[in-house]
Design a protein around this ligand. Structure first.
Ligand SMILES: Cc1cc2nc3c(=O)[nH]c(=O)nc-3n(C[C@H](O)[C@H](O)[C@H](O)COP(=O)(O)OP(=O)(O)OC[C@H]3O[C@@H](n4cnc5c(N)ncnc54)[C@H](O)[C@@H]3O)c2cc1C
Length: 268
């Protein structure tokens, strides 16, 4: 659903002109699309990777059953929650036409709100994430699994300290919160951190896999992984100037790879 919103948005931004320029060539629009893209692709990676983990768990790998146990509520919590934001942004990109019922946006936005209810509400599934840590030691299982994934990534792409460090810090927070009832109010923050850090590892690994399969360096998923680290796990002074060019890699991803693919898809 979120991917639909991004594809629709890129299609609109590529075809609509305002102030004598295509929307996609306007800096603020490209930044908006880049942030939508990071969040949507995170969700895609987490859902597909959870399916991969499910297959391994079904083959009887005990550790993978634990990894599945924590990844499932992570996805139900954060992917569903993020769908609301991306679908709302997609409506905004279409402007006034996005709000009226003649286009798909209103339906996509309404449906995007359902996941966070019928999959379990955000509070409840975040509490379930903490329960898996407390009762089933699922966070250690995820840690071991991601260490293996990161090793595979680094053997192809070279060292990725920011990716590995992000998970260590996020896991530390979740572990502390899950074992301290007085910190229940931080449960969603901690579960979000682990979701974001896990997705960064998974996306970096996807770049490594793609590189290994094609024998050609493939950076797209790695760029998204670093987008996650910057936008979801980094801290920034809201009064400081942005570092020049910090999102250039993401913006060019929107402009090149994604726009061509979505235009072709939308035209079908
Ligand atoms: C279209 C649709 C289809 C559905 N299909 C199914 C289905 O197939 N199978 C099924 O089992 N269910 C289904 N449901 C039910 C759905 O799972 C529940 O509506 C959902 O779990 C919320 O429970 P509730 O409605 O009892 O709300 P409540 O439990 O009353 O929750 C109300 C609010 O209180 C919050 N809350 C509750 N407890 C806590 C807590 N401990 N800490 C903090 N906040 C808390 C919740 O987050 C929520 O925001 C469906 C719902 C819909 C709308």
């Amino acid at each position: 659903m979120r991917v639909v919103s991004v594809n629709e948005s890129v299609f609109i931004a590529t075809n609509r002109t305002a102030f004598g320029k295509r929307l996609i060539d306007l800096p603020l629009m490209r930044r908006q699309l880049a942030k939508m893209l990071v969040t949507a692709e995170q969700g895609r990676s987490m859902v597909f990777h959870t399916a991969r983990v499910l297959e391994a768990a079904d083959r009887g790998e005990a550790n993978m059953a634990k990894v599945l146990r924590i990844m499932t509520p992570l996805v139900k919590f954060r992917t569903c929650r993020d769908a609301r934001k991306v679908a709302g942004d997609g409506m905004e990109v279409r402007g006034g036409c996005g709000y009226i019922e003649e286009w798909s946006d209103a339906r996509v936005l309404r449906d995007a709100h359902l996941g966070s209810i019928w999959e379990g509400t955000s509070n409840i599934v975040a509490l379930d994430v903490a329960r898996t840590v407390r009762r089933e030691d699922a966070l250690s299982a995820l840690e071991t699994y991601l260490a293996g994934l990161n090793e595979e990534t680094e053997s192809v792409l070279g060292s990725q300290p920011a990716v590995t460090e992000a998970f260590k810090r996020a896991a530390g927070l979740l572990h502390a919160v899950a074992h301290d009832p007085s910190r229940e109010v931080e449960t969603r923050q901690a579960a979000s951190a682990v979701y974001n850090a896990t997705s960064a590892s998974v996306m970096a690994w996807e770049s490594a896999r793609q590189t290994a399969l094609t024998n050609e360096r493939s950076n797209d998923r790695l760029v998204l992984a670093h987008g996650v680290l910057r936008h979801k796990l980094g801290s920034r002074d809201p009064l400081a100037a942005s570092q020049s060019g910090e999102d250039d890699d993401l913006m060019s991803l929107v402009h090149t790879t994604l726009s061509d693919a979505s235009i072709a898809e939308a035209a079908q």
